[in-house]
Design a protein around this ligand. Structure first.
Ligand code: NAD
Ligand code: TDX
Length: 327
């Protein structure tokens, strides 16, 4: 199989590609992979092997129609991770989010259609559903995104669905919970807090810290994406959960414990604008239909993640660690 993976110099896509190239996905041991990535601030080429016989790296923008026309021919499948992914940045400026997440997705869908690519897996997020006080979202839930980031992802989902409904392109959409794990950019909650706490620096907890997130290990997410690629159905949406829900205060306590720090380093700062209260997905469908089950417990996954940041300073020390609003 020849697979084109967009955005794989970032956090999740690079895990997916590294696992695939190392033989971690049954039936994909001989696959050839083409990565298309713009190498934005969020990426590092070091996330991928410098040189691998089954990997071709193309630095480029998913909005570049002419480039996609050169790169797409001969591929059997697309796994589309590329996106502007940080909510706080979308509050500061939404234009790159609309451009990459909406126009970029449409450009890839069009190229897939034009060049006869068999399967298009579109990586979305649970944030497209909005925020819920209780219960869990199924795939039938209406899309009610709140941040410009989430709105751009929801728009992309609808464009993707339209290419299935209108043109018959085999599009499969995944909507996952908050990912964590080694190699995540230190702008997101867990790596920002861990890298600061390791250095004895204060961490900014937004609002009262009562917002709830569901946590999913990146490796479990990527295994679910592999299942959708191999066994998913055209036009279907699959929620992917991690199963552990924590308030940000509870997560902060765990990170303080793992880094050997205390609450004196936690600063309560102005809340994120439009801050979603709670995310929680019902992922019974992918468990039932594709046999998905997360394999990493949050305790073990967080321990391993903190250990990774402690041992890999060269990966994150030079990267921008911008704290969010009010900090
Ligand atoms: P990331 O920010 O770490 O990586 C994004 C990658 O996309 C980077 O390598 C970047 O260079 C590339 N990119 C950005 N704009 C591009 C463009 N115009 N052309 C080509 N490449 C471009 O993001 P991530 O956390 O790995 O997220 C991957 C996907 O998963 C995204 O679609 C995101 O919306 C989704 N997602 C992420 C999470 C999470 O918790 N991180 C949760 C749910 C869904
Ligand atoms: O400094 C911080 N302080 C803080 O309290 C940061 C960066 C975050 N937070 C809070 C905001 C959220 O309630 O922590 C929670 C998690 O924040 P982020 O790591 O920014 O993630 P979130 O906003 O939940 O979005 C993430 O999950 C869904 C990803 O960034 C998205 O790409 C994905 O779609």
């Amino acid at each position: 199989m020849r697979i084109l993976v967009s955005g794989a110099a970032g956090f999740i896509g690079s895990h997916f590609v590294r696992t695939l190239l190392s033989g971690g996905y049954p039936g994909h041991g001989e696959d050839r992979v083409t990565v298309v990535d713009k190498l934005t601030y969020a990426a590092t080429r070091r996330n991928l092997p410098p040189d691998h016989p089954r990997l071709t790296f193309v630095q480029g923008d998913v909005c570049d129609v002419a480039l996609m026309d050169r790169v797409f021919p001969g591929h059997d499948a697309v796994v589309h991770f590329a996106a502007e992914s940080h909510v706080d940045r979308s509050v500061e400026g939404a234009a790159p989010f609309v451009r990459t997440n909406v126009l970029g997705t449409q450009t890839l869908l069009e190229a897939a259609l034009r060049h006869g690519v068999g399967v298009f897996v579109h990586i979305s997020t649970d944030e497209v559903y909005g925020s819920l006080a209780q219960g869990r979202w199924t795939e039938q839930e209406p899309l009610l995104p709140n941040s410009p980031y989430a709105a751009s992802k929801a728009a992309a989902d609808l464009v993707a669905r339209s290419y299935w409904r209108t043109h018959g392109l085999d599009v499969r959409i995944t909507r996952c919970a908050n990912n964590y794990g080694p190699g995540q950019h230190p702008e997101k909650l867990i790596p920002l807090f861990v890298t600061r706490l390791l250095d004895g620096e204060p961490v900014p907890l937004y609002g009262d810290g009562g917002n709830v997130r569901e946590w999913l290990h990146v490796d479990d997410h990527c295994h679910a994406v592999r299942l959708v690629l191999d066994e998913g159905k055209a036009g279907e949406v699959y929620n992917i959960g991690g199963g552990t829900h924590l308030t940000n205060k509870e997560m902060t306590q765990r990170l303080l414990d793992l880094c050997g720090r205390d609450w004196s380093l936690v600063q309560h700062v102005t809340d994120r604008k439009g801050h979603d209260l709670r995310y929680a997905v019902d992922d019974a469908k992918i468990r039932r239909e594709l046999g998905y089950a997360p394999r990493h417990s949050l305790d073990e996954g967080l321990r391993e993640t903190v250990a990774w940041y402690a041992a890999n300073r060269d990966h994150w020390e030079a990267r921008e660690r911008v704290a969010g609003p009010g900090y």
